[in-house]
Design a protein around this ligand. Sequence first.
Ligand code: PLP
Length: 412
Amino acid sequence: MNQLKERYESFKIQNLELNMQRGQPADENFDLSNPMLNILDKSNTVTPSGIEIRNYPGGAAGLKEARELFCTVIGINPEETIIGNNASLRMLVNTLMWALIKGLNNSPKPWSSYNKPKAIVTVPGYDRHFTLLDALGFEMLTVNMTENGPDMDKIEEIVKTDGSVKCLIFVPTYSNPTGDTISDDNVRRLAKMKTAASDFTIFADDAYAVHLLSEEKIKPLNLLTACREAGNVNRVYLFGSTSKITFSGAGIGFMGSSESNIEYITKLMGIQSIGPNKIEQYRHVLFINNYKGGIEGLMKDHANILRPKFEAVQEILEKNLGGTGLAEWTKPKGGYFISLNTEYPVASKVVELAKEVGLALTPAGATFPHKLDPNNSNIRISPTRPPKKEVELAMEILSVCIKLASEEYQNR
Ligand code: PLP
């Protein structure tokens, strides 16, 4: 047995149970927000703006104080923001459903009136974007995510002539899974490009807008500002949430757009519900506004917990795979993921080998629509949830699996 195989077998006999599959915060991250659990009592059920949070009134767009706070995460004004319940994903799906049924603010007709409306997605990308677009009946057109954001040449070409291309969904900051952030130039190009569909819409899922890993902040030009300057103010919707700021299971989702779009969509949301959960919103407002340094302070404390795990991934991959040419991987400055590409089409084999020794990785293909990675090479690494020691061991295993799978491929 060669050394590599021996190493692999040595993992096998340890009966490991390691999970690097999903991008979840660690309990230590959640612990930062524990004061939120009992920050409310019967003495503070009325907000400074006079809303009794236990009752119905308050509006479909959320508490004023919450709009003032969370608009800053996506870099817009309170009047341009709607605050919802947990899960920004639900707000995204909801907006898409209205677009299909009725059309958006400026739509000449509902999107469902197209035989198969088309959506542009970036790859590698977020699996849930693909699943939701597929479930809603969109055909997905893929463009590559580059280190400067979506491949703009390709997008401009696609949207120019085909009026059934209705939207783009992508992650502008510290993208899932590559960690890449859109450049200011590309923001401007998205804002001003000519589109065959007069209601072409950009859904910018800014889930990691403030999720830096070090002091070095990256803030791309704001898409709504750029669209306004380009004369296309209604072109973009931004989404964000506190799922990875406070609690993933009980966070606050929010969305932003032009005031006119917000008015349009708030009316529709007001039909669906009298209003969102104001107790959860106010709890967040009190907690975050009282946190040392506010959201920024909280995100720095998160970064201090997460950074060592990201550093461990880089160190171990570099030690084992650096210079071998067998894989390359991203070095994000924020977000929740690292994206690795194998040189040979062996991603599914690597994930299978890892599973056999007790390491669960995100399934190969998950970062592409219909789970089909045309090169069978992309693997998403999610180092946030497990303790650092487990991240280290997982990366040792991953390195061995990549070497084994590549060797097997070369000798086939
Ligand atoms: N958007 C992206 C890009 C994500 O990576 C995630 C979670 O992994 C979400 C949205 C989910 O956000 P929420 O919990 O607000 O629905």
